[in-house]
Design a protein around this ligand. Structure first.
Ligand SMILES: NC(=O)C1=CN([C@@H]2O[C@H](COP(=O)(O)OP(=O)(O)OC[C@H]3O[C@@H](n4cnc5c(N)ncnc54)[C@H](OP(=O)(O)O)[C@@H]3O)[C@@H](O)[C@H]2O)[C@@H](O)CC1
Ligand SMILES: [K+]
Length: 552
């Protein structure tokens, strides 16, 4: 599974590479970084020969990578215009060494080096932009934070205009300048006069992916993303204490193992969805649909007697139980007491979707939690009611066996943070909450994050699309999550939730491909789940029991 890093992690890895026992010279990592940009960038632009390339080098080590890139592009037949924004003496030793070599190669024809100082340098730069084919953005990497300052602000604006108007290709070194590598926050979002970040066509990153390349809005600036390991020792790049992971398709396929051929419905768990109110039967039906489609062995729906009328026979595979006497329209404490004995053999509970905002919801959930021991998924109205009660006490008792699945507005109510603050540093908001309350969290959005209460590990999901930004998707996800918790071979709530989120997004992607970019429904996403599972089966080697030599 790929690991996403922060700037501080990269600094520590960089330092450890240079220290005992490895002792890699800093100039070597920089050399490898610059060479990687030339190689991967060359493939992207169809070779450097005959290309005019502007290389913008900032004051830090990102700029140093730019000096090396220039030398390699030159060797590949490109013409380079290098702008250095730092003072010669202000660069790090390794950047200085590479700058010195580049300086010796300048002939004013194929290689020019301009120390950017005044407005006249800016005029020259903007004029040269007109004729360049490619811009290499080595202004700012992992060292960037806040808002772009001048002169970068005006230069980045000119580069973006050239890219939009003249189709100049922009290749960013490590990070698009103006994107925070930890949070994905971008320059220009805080004030109207702020400057937008570089909009890269390609970003070549080093050693590890950075968190900000996978979080919006930074993700939208990154373009195609390539990685080069630049010779960092594997043991260092694989260290994963408190890591943020990027699960890939194969990771999820490995976790969601195929069913045993001799399995039966008892092997695949019993899901009880306890939810619904008044006439809000849709959310409950979509939650059970998610559980059925993702393979739960048996699915029960316990819903108020009045709601049950709409649910019975809508999905014949589901056993619908109306709770309370005729006329019961909500679930509260007395309804919980009525059904508790039926929940003895349930493998996982789902509560919250379409449950309503009345006071009884908390009594219901609290009583069920107290009298059961199985995993619970709490979503939507279940979360809104917890936000109003003593969530600290609730999660202290039940957090470890609970998965909560809020969207940002629900998470805002739970955490007390504004939606804006949550989005400004999504990973911090999510991990702080899990550290405080000790509950497994699925924070829905683009991207959805899953955080494990047990390990603190964060999983950033890559599947899904904007067509899924519509009602009912979260209800379906809660059902899929329940089925994944029951799935034979998955023994961690966080891994089950992470697999469910990936599967749900992949089913949404299937719908976007086969139905349309949007306009598909949550029910259609649930129906696409078995199709994605079939694709995963095709990607696996044949199960041992079906191999011909055993059959004969
Ligand atoms: N394994 C590794 O880690 C390796 C890393 N390598 C490379 O090093 C890069 C990290 O280098 P780094 O630490 O020198 O930081 P970097 O991104 O050049 O920026 C520092 C400069 O940014 C400036 N600045 C900050 N905010 C600003 C703003 N808002 N607006 C304007 N300026 C702003 C800040 O200025 P100051 O605030 O100090 O005045 C300072 O001058 C990394 O991304 C990768 O490319 C490779 O060489 C190989 C191995
Ligand atoms: K950059």
């Amino acid at each position: 599974m790929k690991i996403l890093r922060k700037a501080a992690d990269m600094k520590a890895i960089d330092k450890a590479s240079m220290s005992e026992p490895y002792g890699i010279a800093p100039a070597v990592l920089m050399e490898n970084a610059g060479r990687a940009v030339c190689e991967k960038g060359g493939v992207y632009v169809g070779g450097w020969s005959g290309k005019d390339v502007m290389i913008l080098c900032g004051k830090g080590n990102n700029g140093g990578d730019g000096f090396v890139t220039a030398r390699h592009i030159l060797a590949e037949g490109g013409r380079v215009y290098v702008y250095a924004f730092g003072e010669k003496d202000g660069y790090s030793d390794e950047s200085k060494a590479h700058l010195k070599t580049l300086e010796a190669m300048c002939d004013g024809e194929r290689c020019s080096l301009i120390y950017y100082r005044t407005a006249s340098d800016s005029a020259l730069l903007i004029k040269q932009l007109d004729t360049c084919h490619v811009v290499i953005d080595a202004l700012l990497g992992t060292g960037f934070k806040g808002e772009l300052r001048e002169p970068y602000k005006s230069i980045v604006m000119a580069v973006n205009e050239a890219a939009a108007g003249r189709h100049v290709t922009v290749i960013s070194v490590d990070m698009p300048s103006g994107v925070n590598s930890d949070t994905g926050a971008v320059s220009g979002s805080e004030s109207e006069e702020g400057s937008a970040p570089v909009m890269a066509d390609l970003t070549v990153t080093f050693g590890a992916f950075k968190q900000g390349q996978f979080l919006y809005p930074g993700k939208a600036c990154t373009g195609k993303l390539e990685i080069d390991h630049i010779g960092i020792p594997v043991a260092l790049s694989e260290q994963c204490k408190e890591a943020v992971f990027l699960p890939e398709r194969q990771d999820v396929i490995d976790a969601v193992r195929p069913r045993r051929v001799d399995s039966h419905k008892g092997t695949h768990g019993t899901v009880a969805v306890l939810t619904g109110c008044n006439d809000m039967a849709g959310a409950a039906l979509m939650a059970v649909d998610g559980a059925v489609r993702a393979g739960a062995g048996k699915v029960f729906l316990y819903t108020p007697a009045e709601t049950a009328k709409y649910c019975i026979a809508r999905q014949p595979e589901v056993m619908v139980c109306g709770v309370g006497p005729t006329g019961t329209r909500t679930l509260g404490g007395s309804e919980a007491r009525e059904i508790i004995d039926n929940l003895e053999n349930v493998s996982v509970l789902v509560m919250g979707p379409g449950m309503g905002k009345h006071e009884g919801v908390f009594d219901f959930i609290n009583y069920i939690a107290e009298k059961t021991t199985c995993p619970m998924i709490i979503d939507a109205d279940g979360l809104n009611c917890l936000a109003k009660h003593d969530k600290q006490a609730f999660f202290k008792k039940y957090g470890k066996r609970t998965v909560i699945t809020p969207h940002p507005a629900e998470f805002s109510r739970l955490s007390g943070l504004s939606v804006r603050d949550i989005k400004t540093d999504l990973i911090k908001a999510a991990t702080d909450f899990v550290h405080t309350y000790g509950v497994n969290l699925v924070l829905k959005g683009a991207p959805t994050l899953t955080v494990s209460a047990k390990t603190g590990h964060v999983y950033v999901n890559r599947t899904g699309n904007a067509g899924m930004a519509t009602g009912g998707m979260g209800d379906v996800l809660s059902g899929i999550t329940a089925a994944m918790i029951c799935h034979d071979g998955i023994d961690s709530l966080a891994v089950a939730a992470c697999a469910a989120v990936y599967l749900h997004g992949a089913a949404g992607d299937y719908c976007a491909r086969h139905i349309g970019p949007y306009g598909f429904t949550a029910t259609e996403v649930a129906s696409a789940v078995p199709k994605v599972l079939a694709q995963w089966d095709e990607a696996r080697p044949m199960p041992a029991l079906q191999e011909p030599y055993i059959m004969s």
